[in-house]
Design a protein. Structure first.
Length: 347
């Protein structure tokens, strides 16, 4: 799209697209070192795209921290602007479905991995990837939910589509203080489920209870190798952790229980046996947010707009500026961040 003429006459103190703007940029020169810096770019630097968005908020997800630190090969093209999600206002559009001024959000589709992402004051993207901001939801609220919260909703939808209901029995959420876990707790408890939160930070138990957990357990009881079948505790579970934790979650499911697995905070491995599947009829559902079809995304965001109270988002979110993103990446990977990090890219 990249039009030749200047646009943006109404940017309210925000730089116009042809002026310089700020973005995090990751580079890996041939034979050189991988690195992320806060850089100053111009519109000419942006890749072509059907829609130019003036970003107001982005977030820091686990995957963004991996991209910024280079600890996992998340970024597959260089240079890259990270940020797997963003919210903002359409500045220019070559697609008739979007007009300047439309409030939009985007998450996934390889944004921040193979195409430039949202940790920037401007982003170009494909019209097919954009979602209109749900009515009544601000850009900051949308990013308080972000990819983590949207993934939590996809997990809830997966459990429900498998027939899980509050009457089925108690549910477990692992990685409870993280973005996915914290919002999964809030969503499930508001649907009437009895939720146990598994965390390595027992000192955060009051926060998890305020989100809706009725019980909080120490994650260490799940993080080492366990027996293939253990006491039947849970009718459902949302697992953001993987590895031994997911194996132990499977081993402690009730007969006919269902687990939605979306994460790998402990590890990508799954050192489990088939015993829970073939002896207890347990189901394991994989949840991917990145390439989820648009209809499922739309349902998830519509439900989030209605089912997640603004008060939950406020208490679960820390707002930072672009310059604070890089220093925070290691803390996030080390599990030292609670809830969601929203980035005000104009701060
Ligand atoms: P966060 O970093 O916000 O949270 C992860 C949480 O996991 C931490 O807060 C911590 O919770 C727990 N944790 C961290 N390290 C370990 C460990 N070694 N063993 C056990 N638990 C640990 O990440 P998100 O919530 O944003 O994402 C969670 C996972 O889900 C990530 O692996 C991410 O990549 C994945 N994900 C997948 C998506 C998909 O499309 N499938 C989309 C979004 C995220 P506590 O302190 O409470 O124990």
């Amino acid at each position: 799209m990249r039009s030749q003429q200047s646009s943006s006459s109404n940017t309210g103190g925000v730089p116009t697209p042809l002026a310089q703007f700020n973005a995090i940029r990751i580079t890996k020169p041939d034979g050189g070192q991988y690195g992320a810096v806060l850089d100053s770019l111009t519109q000419a630097d942006l890749p072509d795209g059907e829609v130019l968005v003036r970003v107001s908020h982005s977030t820091m997800n686990y995957k963004d921290a991996l991209a910024i630190t280079g600890k996992s090969p998340v970024v597959r093209k260089f240079p890259m602007v990270p940020g797997i999600d963003f919210a903002g206002v359409v500045e220019e559009s070559a697609d008739p479905r979007f007009q300047p001024g439309d409030a939009v959000l985007l998450n996934g589709w390889g944004t921040g991995e193979v195409s430039w992402g949202g940790l920037s004051q401007y982003a170009t993207t494909r019209a097919d990837w954009l979602i209109r901001l749900p009515a009544g939801m601000s850009a900051e609220q949308a990013m308080s939910i972000g990819t983590a919260g949207y993934t939590a909703m996809l997990c809830v939808m997966a459990l429900q589509s498998h027939g899980l209901a509050p009457e089925s029995g108690p549910v477990l959420v692992t990685g409870a203080n993280g973005g996915v876990g914290s919002i999964a707790i809030a969503l499930l408890s508001r649907l009437g489920f009895l939720v146990t939160a598994s965390t390595g930070r027992m000192e955060e138990a009051p926060h998890l209870q305020a989100l809706g957990a009725s019980a909080v357990m120490d994650r260490h009881s799940l993080s080492a190798q366990g027996k293939p079948l253990q006491k039947e505790n849970w009718a459902g579970a949302v697992d953001a952790v993987g590895s031994h934790t997911l194996a132990n979650v499977l081993a402690t499911m009730r007969y006919g229980g269902v687990v939605a697995a979306c994460g790998l905070a402990q590890g990508m491995d799954l050192p489990a046996s088939v015993a829970p599947f073939i002896l207890r009829g347990v189901s394991l559902i994989g949840v991917d947010s990145v390439y989820a079809p648009m209809s499922r995304r739309q349902t998830a965001w519509d439900r989030l707009a209605v089912e997640l109270p603004a008060s939950v988002l406020g208490s679960n979110t820390r707002l930072i500026g672009l310059s604070e993103v890089i220093p925070l990446a290691n803390d996030l990977l080390a599990g030292r961040v609670r809830g969601r990090i929203v980035v005000d890219v104009n701060r």
